[in-house]
Design a protein around this ligand. Structure first.
Ligand SMILES: Nc1ncnc2c1ncn2[C@@H]1O[C@H](COP(=O)(O)OP(=O)(O)OP(=O)(O)O)[C@@H](O)[C@H]1O
Length: 626
């Protein structure tokens, strides 16, 4: 099954490559399996509805004969019915042969038409509903699995993939894949059978008329085929542009402060409109072509009706017979029209399904070892054992320049460590390696002496609390934002954590307090307030290792003092590793690790490093002079 999957993301494929894609049927069937019973019922109902079309024409032909001569006719007069031949209604219903049809007979016969139509419609409704039901269930699970699969991916994946495109796949492509797949089943099971059932009855009624009509029919199909080819391209291009629009929207909304600060609103609108315009152009091209099909086909078909009239005049046949035949022929047209779209629908489906499956089955770069146990709550020792690591490019090949090389560090439980060094020295990379966002190319990262690769990722991360510079808050209440640190925390625990983080005071001043929604009017928080919430989150998590990523940068002195106090409370009894550019905040650290060009340049206390490390002296004097 896996071999059938494209190695390349379908959105990066050329039209020719897309055309060669194959449908990964096995992958779709997995989602169909739980509802196979209802799916089969839907298909059977579709077949039933198709066959009923034949019954409908026979019945209507019978009713027309009864009704159009109704005043004079008796029930005993044999009626010519397609397939069944001559039918004697009197015998069938147990009346005497000379019973007049009369007004009541006509009323009864005519009343049968809506009843039959209703049965036909109801069968089609049940067919559509059953398949739509199965489709909706499939869509729910496909969407949920794609989202889960995306979240399972490592940060490396996200740094090479556009968020807007991922959203487009989770939302739109899964819907396109599901709706089109269901529609295809419906089309392929019901429509050909409908055409066959009607044609069968038509041939029995008047083979010559039907044959002639069939000669005209391909003429109707010719424009559909030509136009169909043209619209296919516009369809897939339209999907691509939707992805670009989503990406632009996502980037503009998440980066709104930057957009505003640089007054780039018009620039973003232009970017959006470029995709918007192309999408609309493709959509119009698509609509123009598909909507042209109807009038062309109808014009050609009217030639057929005119010819049919001449034929019926020559044959001295009744108007009733012509009406039934024309009615039956027009009933063939809609399913034939829909069938003509199958190829296009198939292409769109294959593209969407492949895109979805590509994400569904994408193995995460970082995986737990088979049957990996959980790492229990640790004391807090961390060891980087000769760790080297390079980031990868989009093709997964390691970059030439290593981010860290031969880093050897032994960090004891309960101590405060600071990482300092110039930008790009590899400090954040050491955090990422400890969080197992990436695996080292060589060497090992150990927690309490256990290689983190041998235990589950979740249990490793459960032992780590993170307070980073770019505090992320969800569009949810303050309470829920703090609770994110530990989902089963009680309200009292949240309150206690907020107090320790010096956040309680400002939360109380906000309208709505803990239940105020972050981001809503009146609850737009300052940088320092956001950081205190993220500290409260980490306090709640109460993990033995605490990573602080420049947590006190860009704050005024007073706020910095409050945050320092909060961090101090948070750090008690924990192994703290802090990245800080401001040496004033980490001078009290037990050990300071000076990094340079991905390597450890020196380790020691502030006073030791001032004597031994040239780089530290330089960093210190730079800040001192500031
Ligand atoms: N996702 C990434 N893909 C490719 N290269 C990266 C990635 N992240 C970091 N790097 C590179 O790895 C090296 C180390 O980066 P890192 O972020 O660890 O440095 P840092 O010391 O934390 O820097 P800063 O203080 O500026 O945050 C740098 O050369 C950087 O360009």
């Amino acid at each position: 099954m896996a071999e059938a999957l494209p190695t390349k993301n379908p959105s990066q494929m050329t039209d020719a490559e897309i055309a060669q894609l194959k449908m990964p049927y096995g992958r779709i069937l997995v989602y169909l399996k739980p509802w196979l019973g209802r799916f089969i019922l839907g298909v059977v109902l579709g077949i039933g509805a198709a066959a009923f079309n034949g019954v409908l024409i026979i019945a209507i032909s019978l009713i027309f004969q009864l009704v159009l001569d109704g005043g004079s006719q008796t029930l005993g007069e044999p009626l010519k019915v397609p397939i069944l031949g001559e039918v004697n209604i009197a015998e069938l219903l147990g009346f005497s042969n000379d019973t007049k049809v009369g007004l009541w007979g006509v009323i009864f016969a005519c009343a049968c038409i809506p009843v039959l139509m209703f049965i036909n419609g109801f069968l089609e409704y049940l067919n559509k509903y059953c398949l739509a039901w199965v489709g909706a269930k499939m869509l729910f699970h496909i969407r949920s699995d794609v989202f889960r699969s995306i979240l399972r991916q490592s940060p490396a994946f996200f740094s090479h993939t556009k968020a807007g495109e991922l959203m487009q796949t989770v939302f739109n492509q899964s819907r396109v894949a599901q709706t089109n797949a269901v529609q295809l089943v419906q089309l392929l099971t019901n429509r050909p059978l409908t055409i066959i059932a009607i044609l069968y009855v038509l041939f029995a009624q008047d083979w010559f008329f039907t044959l002639m009509s069939l000669v005209i029919f391909p003429l109707c199909l010719a424009p559909i085929i030509t136009i169909g080819r043209r619209v296919r391209k516009s369809g897939s291009r339209e999907e691509k542009e939707v992805g670009t629009m989503m990406t632009t929207m996502h980037e503009s909304f998440t980066g709104i402060r930057l957009v505003k600060a640089y007054a780039r609103e018009s620039y973003e609108v232009k970017r959006f409109d470029r995709a918007n315009r192309t999408m609309i152009q493709n959509m119009l091209r698509w609509t123009r072509a598909t909507e042209l099909v109807g009038p062309i086909v109808e014009s050609v078909a009217s030639i057929g009706i005119a010819a049919g009239l001449v034929y019926f005049w020559m044959q001295q046949r009744s108007a009733g017979e012509l009406i039934v035949l024309v009615m039956a022929l027009t009933k063939i047209y809609p399913p034939a029209k829909e069938l003509s779209k199958v190829n296009m629908l198939m292409q769109k489906t294959v593209f969407a399904v492949n895109k979805v499956v590509h994400l569904l089955d994408r193995a995460a770069d970082i995986q737990d070892a088979p049957n990996a146990p959980d790492l229990p709550r640790i004391k807090g020792a961390v060891t980087y054992e000769n760790v080297s690591f390079s980031y990868s490019n989009i093709d997964g090949k390691p970059l030439e320049r290593a981010a860290v090389t031969g880093v050897h560090l032994e960090l004891a439980p309960g101590k405060f460590y600071a990482l300092v060094g110039p930008s790009g020295a590899g400090k954040s990379t050491l955090f990422s390696l400890l969080l197992r966002f990436y695996d080292p190319a060589s060497g090992r990262v150990l927690m309490d002496g256990i290689d983190i690769k041998t235990v589950t990722q979740d249990s490793v991360r459960d032992n780590i609390g993170l307070v980073s510079q770019d505090t992320f808050l969800f569009h949810d209440t303050i309470r829920e934002n703090i609770r994110y640190g530990r989902l089963d925390a009680t309200n009292e625990e949240i309150l206690a954590a907020a107090k320790k983080a010096h956040a309680h005071e400002f939360i109380q001043q906000i309208q709505g307090g803990y239940d105020a929604v972050v981001g809503d009017a009146g609850c737009n928080l300052s940088g320092g307030q956001k950081q205190r919430l993220s500290i409260a989150r980490a306090i709640l998590r109460n993990a033995p290792i605490l990573l602080l990523d420049e947590a006190t940068s860009a704050l005024d002195t007073e706020t910095e003092k409050i945050i320092q106090e909060a961090i101090h409370t948070l750090s008690e009894g924990k192994t703290v590793i802090a990245i800080a550019h401001r040496l004033s905040t980490i001078m009290e650290a037990d050990q300071i690790v000076v990094m340079k060009d991905g390597q450890v340049d020196a380790v020691g206390s502030h006073s030791e490093l001032l004597k031994t490390s040239v780089l530290y002296q330089k960093l210190y004097s730079l800040q001192f002079n500031e």
